[in-house]
Ligand binder design. Structure first.
Ligand code: HEC
Length: 396
C-alpha cells in the first residue's frame, strides 16, 4: 500500500481553513450587526451604556449592552475573539506554501510572463504580502483622524494596482490567490497587531485603576469595520479558481476590482440596513455593477477568427496527447499526478467529446490549461480545438 499524502494534507488544510474562516467571518458579520443594531436604552443613560438590544435565537432570549468605553468593573469572565482569525491565516499560509510555493512550477510560475525560479517566485509572493500590510497599516495610521473610507479607499486602490502587477508576474490563479492572501494577511494582522493588543491595553489600564484610552478602542473599531468590508472580496477570490471566465479573462484584474466593489457595496447596504436605513438604491447599484461587469467581460473578450473551418479528430487527439494527457489520463505520466486531475481523463474519443465544453472553456477561451510552466501549447492548437468543438456542437 502506498499513501498519496499530498492531496490528504491539502484537503485537511483546506477544510480547516474553511471551518476557521466561517467562524471568523460569522463573528465579524455578527458583531458589526450587533453594533449597528444597538439602540439607546432609557434606564441606562447614566451607567456609560451606549445602547442595547434584545434578540431571540435557538430557543432563548438574549439581552446585550455596549459600553461607550468600558464598564466600571471588569467582569470575571471576558470572551475574546481571535483564534478563528489566527487559524484562518495560518491554514491559509499553509495552503499557499503547499500548493503555490512548493509546486510553484505547476501553479505559480508562468514563464511567458516572468521565468522565476521556485525561490524567487516564493520570495516575490511573500514580499508582496508584507508590502500590502506595510502600505495598509501606514495608511490607516496616517489617516487615523479621518473617516475610515479614506484609508479603506486607498487600500482598495493599492489592491487593484497589486492585482494588475501580479497578473503580469504570476499565473492568473497565482496572481488572484496572492491578492486574496494580501487581504487575508491585512485582516489577520489587524486582529493580531491592532485590535487584540489595543483591547488588552484597555483591560490592563482598567486593572490598574486608570481610565481606559478611548483612542485605542476607536482604532480597533476602524480596523474591525475595514475587516468587515474585506470579507466579501476575499471570499470571491477564494472561489475564483472555479471560474476561469474571470481568472482567464485578458482584463482579469479589472473584473476582480469591479466584482469586489459590487460585493463591498452590497455589504454596505446590509450594514446600513442594520441601522434601520434601508436604502434599496444602494443594493441595486451593487447588483447592477455585477451585471454590467458580466456584460463588459463578455464583450471585451474577443478572439481572433481562425483561418480554418474544419479540423479532423486525429489532429485533435494529437493535440490533446501532446498537451493534456500527461496529466489527464487514466494513467498519467506527470510526476505529480497519480490519477487524472478532477477525474478528467482524455484518453478516448468518447471522453474528449464528453468533456468538450470543459476543454473549450479551459484550453480555448480562458487558456488556463494546460497548467505548469513546461507547456508550450500554441495559439493555433487552441484554435484548432475550438473549431473542432464548435463543429461538434453544431452537429457537423
Ligand atoms: C500538468 C498537469 C495538467 C496538464 C498538462 C493539463 N491539465 Fe487540466 N487540470 C490539471 C489540474 C491539476 C486540474 C484541477 C485544477 C484546476 O481546475 O485548475 C485541471 C483541471 C482541468 C479542467 C477542469 C475540470 C473540472 O472538472 O473542473 C479541464 C476542463 C482541463 N483541466 C482541461 C485540460 C486540457 C484540455 C488540457 C490540455 C490542453 C489540460 N487540462 C492539461 C492539470 C493539468
Amino acid at each position: 500500500m502506498e499513501i498519496d499524502i499530498l492531496p490528504w494534507v491539502s484537503m485537511a488544510l483546506r477544510w480547516l481553513h474553511l471551518i476557521a474562516g466561517i467562524a471568523w467571518i460569522g463573528s465579524s458579520f455578527y458583531f458589526i450587526w450587533l453594533d449597528n443594531s444597538l439602540r439607546p436604552e432609557a434606564d441606562e443613560k447614566q451607567s456609560g451604556v451606549t445602547g442595547g438590544l434584545w434578540a431571540v435565537h435557538g430557543g432563548g432570549f438574549y439581552h446585550k449592552k455596549k459600553y461607550t468605553i468600558a464598564p466600571d468593573h471588569l467582569p470575571d469572565t471576558l470572551h475574546w475573539f481571535k483564534w478563528e482569525a489566527y487559524v484562518t491565516w495560518l491554514s491559509g499560509i499553509g495552503l499557499l506554501v503547499l500548493l503555490y510555493y512548493w509546486q510553484a512550477d505547476l501553479y505559480l510560475i508562468d514563464p511567458s510572463k516572468i521565468a522565476f525560479g521556485q525561490w524567487s517566485a516564493t520570495g516575490f509572493g511573500l514580499g508582496i504580502l508584507a508590502a500590502g500590510w506595510i502600505f495598509y497599516d501606514g495608511t490607516c495610521r496616517l489617516f487615523s483622524k479621518t473617516n475610515s473610507l479614506v484609508s479603506g479607499g486607498l487600500w482598495f486602490a493599492f489592491l487593484v494596482l497589486g492585482a494588475f502587477v501580479l497578473t503580469r508576474v504570476f499565473t492568473d490563479r497565482g496572481a488572484f490567490i496572492h491578492v486574496g492572501a494580501m487581504i487575508g494577511t491585512a485582516m489577520a494582522a489587524n486582529v493580531f497587531l491592532i485590535i487584540i493588543p489595543n483591547q488588552k491595553k484597555v483591560v490592563a489600564s482598567m486593572l490598574n485603576g486608570e481610565p481606559p484610552k478611548a483612542e485605542l478602542l476607536r482604532m480597533a473599531k476602524q480596523r474591525s469595520v475595514h475587516n468587515n468590508y474585506m470579507t466579501l472580496p476575499v471570499l470571491l477570490i477564494m472561489v475564483s479558481s472555479h471560474y476561469p471566465n474571470i481568472t482567464g479573462h485578458p482584463l482579469n484584474w479589472l473584473l476582480l476590482a469591479l466584482l469586489s466593489l459590487s460585493g463591498i457595496i452590497i455589504r454596505h447596504f446590509f450594514n446600513l440596513r442594520h441601522k434601520d436605513k434601508v436604502l434599496y438604491p444602494i443594493l441595486l447599484v451593487g447588483i447592477g455593477l455585477f451585471v454590467l461587469t458580466m456584460i463588459f467581460a463578455s464583450f471585451s473578450d474577443k478572439k481572433p477568427k481562425p483561418a480554418f473551418n474544419t479540423v479532423s479528430f486525429n489532429e485533435v487527439q494529437e493535440i490533446i496527447q501532446r498537451n493534456c494527457t500527461a496529466c489527464h489520463s487514466a494513467n498519467p505520466t506527470h510526476s505529480i499526478f497519480r490519477s487524472a486531475p478532477m477525474g478528467l481523463a482524455l484518453d478516448s474519443r468518447e471522453d474528449i467529446e464528453k468533456y468538450a465544453d470543459g476543454i473549450y472553456q479551459r484550453a480555448v477561451i480562458s487558456k488556463t490549461m494546460p497548467m505548469g510552466k513546461d507547456h508550450n501549447m500554441s495559439d493555433e492548437d487552441r484554435q484548432k480545438l475550438g473549431v473542432w468543438i464548435e463543429n461538434l456542437r453544431n452537429g457537423s
